[in-house]
Write a protein that binds this ligand. Structure first.
Ligand code: TXA
Ligand code: MG
Length: 323
């Protein structure tokens, strides 16, 4: 039996991954946020295979990744706010939803048939090198099976997607550790669809007030299911300590250490907590199940900076499962 997924790394790996992507194959790669499951956004079959590989229950629109803002704005029409944000935050963990250009070669399926497209220029240098060498817009959802925790390490990708994708390129652990902020600039007012790597406060400082996504805008981010990022063990929020049959997702100094514990940040740093969140959920899920525990108790994280996105992901991890 051959390898179920090709494992690439280094300069040579980037060249090989770029060639595979141009051939329509699926290659997972690291960004500063999380690992993405990449495919050529202009290739119908590659885009369709992304949905199959993830097991997405419906066609959620995908983010297209580019080596530069100029490349991104060749597929969408930027307004003044988009130009401003791109100049300030790209490359970086910010995704902009904008009207797609009529001449764009991006497959309609990549945008789930919407007349908008989500675009982003990742900051991680190896990811930018890969995108530059590929020379195509790369559609890439997080490289996890639908509904589960996003991968922040190449080994997470192999664990979930071996046999479903062609290769994974190891770019090391993700620095930010949770997904990009998604901002919809296609309507009259900017709407925050998903809190993420760039805090909302920084966006407001740059372009003024933004609307936060609610039920009336929920349809614009069809990927934002309430239950998401879910480990298999149930998650209990707002815990001060773990019960004997619970694993503990800790934050800050802990008075009562638990046998199965992951501390997001002993120094109570929300940025460190963001970087360690998904790896921690994976660890506690697996170690907790091995130890026969019944759930994960999560200590509170402050609603400041990246703590807002951490809490968003924790609430989704704890939400009633939608199947
Ligand atoms: O950090 C990230 O954004 C990672 C890395 C790989 O770049 N990608 C990622 O992709 O998180 P994904 O597919 O897991 O999440 C994309 C989110 C979904 O909630 C989706 O509904 C939303 O972006 N989205 C994509 N295109 C959209 C569009 N045209 N309109 C509204 N929402 C859109
Ligand atoms: Mg995802």
């Amino acid at each position: 039996m051959g390898p179920r997924v090709k494992f690439l790394s280094g300069e040579q790996g980037i060249a090989e991954a770029a060639a595979m992507l141009r051939d329509g194959m699926l290659v997972a790669f690291g960004t500063e946020t999380v690992y993405g499951l990449g495919g050529d956004a202009t290739n119908a079959q590659a885009v369709a295979r992304i949905f199959t590989a993830k097991g997405r229950p419906q066609f959620n629109p995908l983010i297209c990744h580019y080596a530069s803002g100029t490349d991104a704005f060749a597929d969408v029409i930027p307004n003044a706010a988009a130009q401003h944000l791109a100049a300030q935050f790209w490359p970086g963990p910010l995704t902009l939803v904008l009207p797609r250009r009529a001449g764009s070669a991006v497959q309609l399926l990549a945008g789930a048939g919407l007349d908008t497209l989500a675009v982003r220029v990742p900051a991680a240098p190896p990811a930018r090198a890969l995108l530059a060498q590929t020379g195509r817009p790369i559609a890439a959802p997080s490289a996890n099976r639908s509904g589960s925790v996003s991968p922040t390490d190449a080994t997470h990708v192999v664990a979930e997607l071996a046999g479903r994708i062609d290769a994974v390129i190891d770019f090391g652990p993700c620095i930010v550790g949770l997904e990009s902020t998604v901002l919809d600039l296609s309507g009259e007012r900017p709407v925050l669809l998903r809190p993420g790597g760039i805090p909302a406060a920084a966006i407001i400082a740059a372009i003024g007030p933004i609307t936060h996504s609610d039920a009336s805008t929920a349809l614009r981010a069809p990927g934002m299911l309430r239950s998401h990022y879910a480990p298999s063990l149930p998650v209990r929020l707002g815990a001060t300590s773990a019960a004997p049959d619970e694993a503990l997702l800790a934050f800050g100094r802990v008075e009562l250490p638990s046998p199965v514990m992951w501390n997001l940040s002993e120094t109570a740093d929300v940025t460190e907590a963001a970087a360690r969140l998904f790896a921690g959920l994976r660890y506690l899920d697996s170690a907790g199940r091995t130890a026969g525990l019944r759930g994960i108790a999560a200590m509170p994280v402050p609603e400041t900076g990246l703590g807002i996105a951490v809490n968003d992901r924790l609430r989704r991890a704890a939400a009633p499962r939608e199947g």
